[in-house]
Design a protein around this ligand. Structure first.
Ligand code: S3P
Length: 174
């Protein structure tokens, strides 16, 4: 079975944008786990956090990942930044996917996220929240097959690099 391409990384590393560009290049479908959960439950992620709590969201996120990883046709799956917090999610991604971690410096992330109002974990002082969560997750994305720093590169260049590396390193790519 051909592997999915799975993008992981901190909020603001550009997973959704880069994922769409990779999918266009490969002519594959792309699915974002947050969009999948929102579509299934008819609720924005921020509202789900507020009404049902983070634990409930993490369960829905886990189910979404399990379902997407079982799809027969290869997908580009983009994920929420916290998906790596569960060991069973990490195992699913490593078993069924070729995993790419997008990274960026803390300062670049603060710049990209400073006006964000959609992410519940960043509500309030974005810089302080990014710094705190960044500290907690410093090594959480290190298990990926490939790491790409997005700080000073265009999404197009990043997508091209990932596709080239994927084709070179995945023997079963047709
Ligand atoms: C989260 C990241 C978000 C979303 C939720 C929690 C996290 O996704 O899943 O707000 O814990 O890092 P993005 O990484 O796409 O912003």
């Amino acid at each position: 079975m051909q592997r999915h391409i799975v993008l992981i990384g901190f909020m603001g590393t550009g997973k959704s944008t880069v994922g769409k560009l990779i999918a266009e290049r490969l002519q594959w479908e792309t699915v974002d786990t947050d969009d999948y959960v929102e579509g299934r439950y008819g609720m924005r992620i921020a509202d789900m956090f507020r009404v049902r709590g983070e634990r409930y969201f993490r369960e829905r996120e886990h189910e979404a990942l399990m379902q997407l990883m079982q799809r027969e046709r290869p997908l580009v799956v983009t994920t929420g930044g916290g998906i790596v917090l569960r060991a069973d999610n990490v195992a699913q991604m490593m078993d069924n996917g070729w995993v790419v971690a997008l990274t960026a410096t803390r300062d670049v992330l603060v710049q990209r996220l400073k006006n964000d109002t959609t992410r519940p974990l960043l509500a309030g002082d974005v810089e302080a929240k990014v710094t705190a969560i960044w500290g907690e997750r410093r090594t959480a994305y290190d298990f990926a097959h490939l790491k790409v720093d997005t700080s000073h590169r265009s999404p197009e260049a990043i997508a091209a690099h990932i596709v080239t590396t994927f084709k070179a390193s995945c023997a079963d790519f047709e």
